[in-house]
Design a binder for this molecule. Sequence first.
Ligand code: HPA
Ligand code: ZN
Length: 335
Amino acid sequence: MTRIQELPKVELHVHIEGTLEPELVLELARDAGIDLPYRDAESLRGRYVFSNLQSFLDIYYENMAVLRRRHDFGRLAYEYARRAHAGGVVHAEVFFDPQAHRIRGVPVTDVVSGLTDGFDRARSEFGFTAELIACFLRDRPVAEAIATLDELTACEAPILGVGLDSAEVGYPASLFAEVFDRAGALGLRRVAHAGEEGGPESIRMAMDTLAVERVDHGIRSVDDPALVAELAADSVPLTVCPLSNVRLQAVTDLASHPLPDLLAAGAHVTINSDDPAYFGGYADDNFAAVAETFDLDDATLARLAHNSVSASFLSAERKEQVHARIDHWLEAAAD
Ligand code: HPA
Ligand code: ZN
């Protein structure tokens, strides 16, 4: 285990469907008798060359065809938990895309109960905890988002909150103000992707119209120093995903990532994996990549892990416990 893997951390930006590794795609396809045009996992992985967000989303949605039964979602959740746990993640607040399954005829109850099965098993086997955040797809009709929220409510799905993902440019957050209002009235937490491909105005719109408590990605806030100052002053967490930004060409390369500028400006940055099966790394790999590229010291790595705990929706008591474990890691590192 590397030292970065030993650093306790919370993951706040991971799409469970984006943890579907090529090996599992092939295995589930075989089980279901689905014919795929790939010989093996490596040839599927070879297709994972992306020029922007949409080029990734096309393959991401296509691969979901193998996720059909409750059991498939259970496998997916358990495998993610196992890998994340090995990288030091103790708790995750995990996105899923109910609409992407619903429109394929997969009942939302099967999706939610399958994910819950997988995470329950992870909790009892190795103490990993997870909560679910249902994301609305911003490039689908608003009425469909509302119907999906109604369905989740009707089946008493154990979700912590709602989010907003998929194609950002051309689909303003304000379209989803009503469904986010309804979610808020139901006591659900609210987060949204903004400032991944969209500019600072997209981040402001998510904050102003959806009352979000965290901004997912948010990296384009660097283009508006007043906005970064506001995010820092208000302690609005940014769930940054460095390897995702490189693979989707939101940045030219990791060395040009705005992470150091965001940190220097006092932004509440957290480090996450987004879609690890597609972008070449889990949470620990993202920590290791930024540590190496920016030569981050242990205190900065501990600060990033600390931020992830503070920005989570964990209880005050659990936050204190994980913070203490991070402090202990830092003290042991100094010895
Ligand atoms: N951005 C937007 N939507 C997504 C992503 C992402 O990186 N991953 C899965 N859905
Ligand atoms: Zn994302």
